[in-house]
Design a protein around this ligand. Structure first.
Ligand SMILES: [Zn+2]
Length: 230
């Protein structure tokens, strides 16, 4: 039973280097990651996957159809979720991406897991180089592992290095217009794909990405995000 030994080592390691909850600062058990059980309960779930939120659909309203739209949690300023997403994007804490991907995968499984692949909103290569990774790749691979769906990389590319929308004051739709394209060197097999992003604010980025993907008539798109900004 080698796993018992590994687990024991892990527990000893946890004692020497205690893991703290990013929410309340309390020590985490060896089987907990990032936040404790109680802080996880505090994350406000939207349950949009059960009702298809009208506000999201209204924002995305484009000629082409988006099948399903849902978000996992409500996003509020100065919240635990904001801290988690900040650490994921700017503090190199990739474990948060794996954690959030696993949480989103529970909902995807509840929706019968009928997607042919998962596509993350891409970063511009310059920004990806600077950050070292695209946080959506971490989340996407975590979902892919949990659901047994392929994570499709480099099919959707970012052709314009747009400013971070959260900090921009301009018209979001205008900023992201023509910012994305299909990679001419790749061809996506026909099917239904789940496009994922971290935060849904106005839906401008996801709308631009969906329009590009749906320019291929053999594709169907649904959208899921970790957070929905109220
Ligand atoms: Zn906690």
């Amino acid at each position: 039973m080698p796993n018992v030994f590994v687990r024991l080592l892990n527990d000893v390691f946890s004692l020497v280097f205690p893991n703290q909850c990013l929410g309340c600062g309390k020590e985490l058990f060896a089987n907990q990651k990032i936040i404790c059980f109680f802080c996880e309960l505090e994350l406000p779930m939207t349950y949009f996957h059960l009702c298809d939120n009208k506000e999201m659909r209204h924002s995305i309203n484009i000629n082409a159809q988006v099948n399903e739209l849902y978000s996992l949690y409500f996003f509020k300023e100065n919240s635990l979720l904001e801290i988690l997403l900040y650490h994921l994007k700017y503090q190199q804490n990739k474990t948060i991406g794996q954690f959030l991907g696993q949480k989103l995968s529970v909902i995807i499984k509840a929706k019968n897991n009928h997607y042919n692949g998962i596509i993350g909103v891409p970063l511009h290569p310059k920004r990806k180089r600077k950050r070292g990774y695209n946080q959506m790749d971490i989340i996407g691979r975590s979902i892919a592992n949990a659901c047994g769906i392929p994570y499709v990389e480099n099919i959707l590319i970012r052709t314009k290095n747009t400013p971070a929308l959260a900090k921009s004051t301009g018209n979001r739709a205008e900023i992201v217009r023509n910012a994305f394209a299909l990679n001419p060197a790749k061809k996506l097999a026909a099917g239904h794909y789940l496009l994922i992003d971290d935060i849904f604010t106005t839906g401008a980025t996801l709308k631009a990405c969906s329009a590009v993907l749906l320019s291929d008539s053999t594709l169907q798109i649904s959208i899921a995000t970790i957070a929905f900004r109220e």
